[in-house]
Design a protein around this ligand. Structure first.
Ligand code: ATP
Ligand code: MG
Ligand code: FE
Length: 336
């Protein structure tokens, strides 16, 4: 079984081909980061235009990497949402055109389901499992009792973890996306600045990072006004410590309460060194398997979309040529 995946939800134009759900035979990602950098964030119109320009090139590159023809492809998996509507539309329309031209079934995929299924390219998934999803737009704990079934047991009430990283980085005058810069800085700093941790109500698996983000910004401004200097590396380390503390504590608690067999890390912030190390430490002490994808499968790519698409394809999930981009798509659409 060969599934071709297409991902254009944000600022990566990506096409990949996966064999039998687990084996990458082609994986091409064209990143637009350089074009958005000078604006300090993703500009939707620029993203759409880049997707239009890049998608055919990326598609051809993937097909040639795989040395396959369209008659060999069993299903076309495409990110239906969530994401930027104009960006999603480019991928959805390309997928529909290919589906129509070559008579290949169309399989719609939720972007976050894709992030979670990046882990299936690393190892077999063992249910029930829990996934900690930390990305630019999402921070969630997702419980899965079986393939293709998603239950969000906690989510952010304001900023996503990646969003908080990017905003804090901007305050420290670092280029977009700031996550990797803060991560690097944090490794040489000391977490000596006292910053808040939002635990929320007892028993809640929800998250909140906007208070922390504001606390960092206030700390910088107050220091400036008093003419004091704070080492940016210490601020980065303190911020990162606060984020990781909450993420790891809540993940461990849910792991215990839901008695899962496996915990999967997913999303762009899964590339964070501090988070990876701390989770590995914590799970080294308990008898639950922790899976962390390689960096290239943490940030946006189409291999993860094809990996998820492979499961939904087997479950018979299909879309017609009336498929539309859905920027606010709910992950539970896959639960059938
Ligand atoms: P979503 O998946 O929620 O739709 P997205 O696709 O834009 O959002 P991803 O591509 O999954 O997000 O992740 C990008 C985010 O990951 C950015 O906010 C970026 O700063 C963050 N990020 C990447 N590497 C690191 C790192 N090493 N440490 C912290 N954050 C990181
Ligand atoms: Mg991106
Ligand atoms: Fe993403």
């Amino acid at each position: 079984q060969y599934i071709l995946g297409i991902e254009t939800s944000c600022d990566e134009t990506a096409v990949a081909i996966i064999k039998n759900g687990r084996e990458i035979v082609a994986n091409v990602v064209a990143s637009q980061i350089e074009s958005h950098k000078r604006f300090g964030g993703v500009v939707p119109e620029i993203a759409s235009r880049h997707h239009v320009e890049q998608l055919t090139i990326v598609l051809e590159e993937a097909m040639s990497q795989a040395t396959l023809e369209f008659k060999d492809i069993d299903g076309i998996a495409v990110t239906e949402g969530p994401g930027l509507v104009g960006a999603l539309l480019i991928g959805v329309n390309a997928a529909k055109a290919l589906s129509f031209a070559h008579q290949i079934p169309l399989v719609p995929v939720h972007h976050i389901a894709g992030h979670i299924y990046a882990n299936r390219l690393v190892t077999e998934m063992k249910f029930p499992l829990l996934s900690l999803v930390v990305s630019g737009g999402h921070t969630e704990l997702v419980y899965m009792k079986e393939h293709g079934h998603f239950e969000v047991i906690g989510e952010t009430r304001d900023d996503a973890a990646g969003e908080a990283y990017d905003k804090v980085a901007r305050t420290l005058n670092m280029p977009y996306p700031g996550g990797p810069h803060i991560d690097r800085l944090a490794q040489v700093g000391e977490p000596i600045i006292n910053l808040p941790r939002a635990w929320l109500e007892e028993g809640s698996y929800d998250f909140s990072f906007s208070g922390l983000k504001s606390a960092v910004i206030n700390t910088v401004h107050n220091a400036e006004q008093r003419g004091e200097t704070i080492k940016p590396e210490d601020l980065a380390a303190s911020f990162q410590e606060s984020v990781i503390d909450v993420l790891v504590t809540k993940t461990l608690k849910a792991t215990e309460e839901y008695k899962v067999n496996q915990v999967l890390l997913a999303g762009g912030v899964a590339a964070n060194k501090g988070l990876r190390n701390r989770l590995e430490e914590a799970f080294g002490e308990i008898n639950v398997e922790l899976v962390i994808p390689p960096l290239s499968l943490c940030t946006d790519n189409a291999a993860m979309i094809a990996a998820a698409g492979s499961i939904f394809f087997e479950k018979g999930q299909r879309a017609g040529l009336n498929l539309n981009a859905n920027p606010g798509l709910d992950i539970t659409i896959h639960n059938q």
